[in-house]
Design a protein around this ligand. Structure first.
Ligand code: B12
Ligand code: SF4
Length: 503
């Protein structure tokens, strides 16, 4: 069959700091291609709607699949689905991905027939059976499928994440993917899932708290096949198991692969497995995201982060010693007053690290979606991008955004603009010579993207599609939140000692 896969447009946050390849969609594309289908991919993060229209007109797809990892993209995807159905009557349109897995039934209703099905859970094992069933009949038997008529069997999980390897060759604008100075930048997955259970996060509920590792040989082989000089490791928490990180490092050294890396991890993992991170700095690890989330014990307990403020500060020290540049994430509670923002600004100014702020947002699929007592002030999908307040703010909303942007602007003062341009002159020069302009362009974009008036105005747009209301649920048995309920090859040994089972 002719299958077209589409990734929606970039959200606010990705307009400046990063734009990364849609690895999940590339893996779904690979699985479909391996099963003999003809596949094209359009990534609207780096292409325009007009490009999608042209591809639809020339390729005349028999099936179109949208990747919906982000709730905020759902309205755009429904509108595009309607247009595709008009342009190619009879084309089978389906959605898949992280966020849509938690609101599939509601999205199908809202699309009023423009979307034929949603695939919940991992896409690789489902896409070939789905296309076969679209051609030959019997879609109700596809694992993870939901249609307006009902749902099929539970989603299945890949036994091993070693294959299929992402179909990177199908992406036409690879030079547009970057993260900060790492321009251009590819992505790779070494592990999938997360054994922790933070209350604001849906990474663990999606994968049913399972955790799978790529084989070190397959991971290194894939790295060696990547053309870009820079790589973002998409794992939720990198190097939880030190022996796994070491084994990949060994294979990478053996193949003499030399790249620069950006990854994401937790403070306690960095402290516990410092040697692995040190080894990776010698292989090119330059940057990391550290989800600190809060600077006080109360906040950390609230999010069930299972680390202490002391761990967080020691982790920062460790990263500095290793020479890794860190971007910290802190969660802004809409209840914050001006004084709280002032304290956070002071903190952000006092550390050399980049301090990112995201707004606490109850998402379907997270525990706080069911337990948050504050009512939602909006159900507009587009505002669920963790840059907007969706529960009542203590400050008047306009003042909240002014304080938020003022605090985020510390990044602008410390890490963007001329100061950074001078500091990174060598990198900038090298990138520009190679025609890579993503990093240069991000340096002066802050005020255009982060603007309190723009954020406030977003609340006044007319709303066509709304999130379902949260159902208050006794989450005593947290398995009720899972998308994948029967984790593949779950090993107790993969669960860090300080994470209780909670089940
Ligand atoms: C890498 C990553 C990013 C990259 C994006 C890369 C990209 N272009 O896709 C960057 C850093 C840019 C990013 C940014 C953001 N992210 Co992000 N991100 C992730 C992360 C850590 C891994 C995603 C990944 O590549 N996984 C590996 C691949 C193989 O898995 P996958 O993408 O999920 O794909 C599988 C399935 O979802 C499914 N699937 C995917 N697409 C499709 C399509 C079809 C048709 C089918 C059938 C199946 C299918 O099959 C795939 C294979 O199994 C996830 C957490 C997670 N564990 O998933 C968060 C996550 C998806 N991000 C999240 C958030 C909140 C954001 C931001 C909004 C954050 C912000 N600070 O503003 C931004 C906005 C992004 C945007 N659209 O512009 C949330 C989503 C929450 C929500 N409910 O919307 C997540 C779940 C993290 C979390 N737990 O909070 N992110
Ligand atoms: S450790 Fe990170 S990925 Fe895992 S549940 Fe907590 S926030 Fe989510």
């Amino acid at each position: 069959m002719r299958l077209l896969l589409v990734h929606p447009s970039a959200l606010m946050y990705s307009e400046i700091f990063l734009r990364l390849e849609p690895l999940g969609l590339e893996r779904v594309a690979a699985a479909a291609r391996d099963a003999g289908h003809e596949v094209r991919v359009v990534d609207l993060q780096v292409r325009r709607h007009q490009d999608l229209r042209r591809t639809v007109a020339s390729f005349v797809p028999e099936a179109v699949g949208f990747s919906l990892n982000y709730l905020a993209n759902i309205p755009e995807a429904i509108d595009l689905a309607r247009r595709i159905k008009q342009a190619v009557p009879g084309c089978f349109v389906f959605f898949g991905g992280h966020s849509v897995s938690f609101v599939s039934g509601d999205v199908l209703e809202q699309a009023e027939g423009a979307v034929d099905a949603v695939i919940r859970g991992e896409g690789e094992p489902a896409v070939a059976p789905l296309l076969e069933a679209v051609r030959d009949g019997g879609i109700e038997g596809v694992p993870g499928i939901i249609t307006r008529a009902g749902h099929g069997p539970a989603p299945t999980m890949l036994h091993s994440i070693d294959s299929p390897r992402p179909a990177r060759d199908l992406m036409s604008h690879r030079r547009s993917y970057f993260i900060g100075e790492l321009d251009p930048c590819a992505s790779i997955e070494f592990t999938r899932g997360c054994p922790w259970d933070c209350s604001f996060c849906s990474a663990w509920t999606f994968y049913g708290r399972s955790y799978r590792k790529a084989s070190p040989e397959a991971a290194a082989e894939e790295l060696a096949s990547i053309r870009e000089p820079n790589v973002f490791i998409v794992d939720d928490v990198a190097f939880i198991r030190p022996e796994h990180g070491d084994a990949i490092a060994h294979e990478v050294e053996r193949r003499r692969v030399r790249k620069q890396y950006y990854l994401e991890t937790r403070s306690d993992v960095l402290l516990r497995n410092t040697e692995v991170f040190d080894r990776w700095t010698r292989l090119g690890l330059r940057y990391m995201f550290l989800g600190m989330e809060a600077i006080d014990a109360e906040g950390l307990d609230l999010y069930r982060k299972r680390v202490s403020p002391d761990d967080n500060f020691r982790a920062l020290e460790t990263a500095r010693k290793l020479g890794i540049d860190v971007a910290i994430n802190l969660i802004v509670d809409p209840a914050w007053d001006a004084e709280r923002f002032r304290i956070i600004r002071e903190f952000a100014l006092s550390v050399p690290e980049i301090v990112h702020l995201t707004v606490m947002t109850p998402y379907p699929g997270t525990e706080i979606w069911h337990t948050e007592a504050r009512r939602l002030t909006t159900r507009d999908y587009r505002l669920f991008d963790i840059q907007h307040a969706v529960v009542p703010t203590t400050l008047p909303l306009d003042e909240f955004y002014r304080e938020l942007v003022r605090t985020q602007a510390v990044i602008n003062r410390k890490h963007l603009g001329w100061r950074t341009a001078f500091g990174a002159a060598q990198v900038l020069g090298r990138n520009l010579l190679r025609g890579q302009t993503n990093f240069a362009r991000m340096l002066w974009k802050f005020n255009q993207v982060y603007n309190p008036a723009r954020q406030l105005a977003d609340h006044h747009r007319s709303v066509r599609y709304e999130l379902p209301l949260p159902r208050h649920l006794d989450v005593g048995d947290r398995r009720r939140l899972y998308v994948h309920t029967k984790p593949a090859a779950r090993s107790r040994a993969d669960r860090p000692k300080d994470v209780d089972s909670g089940e």
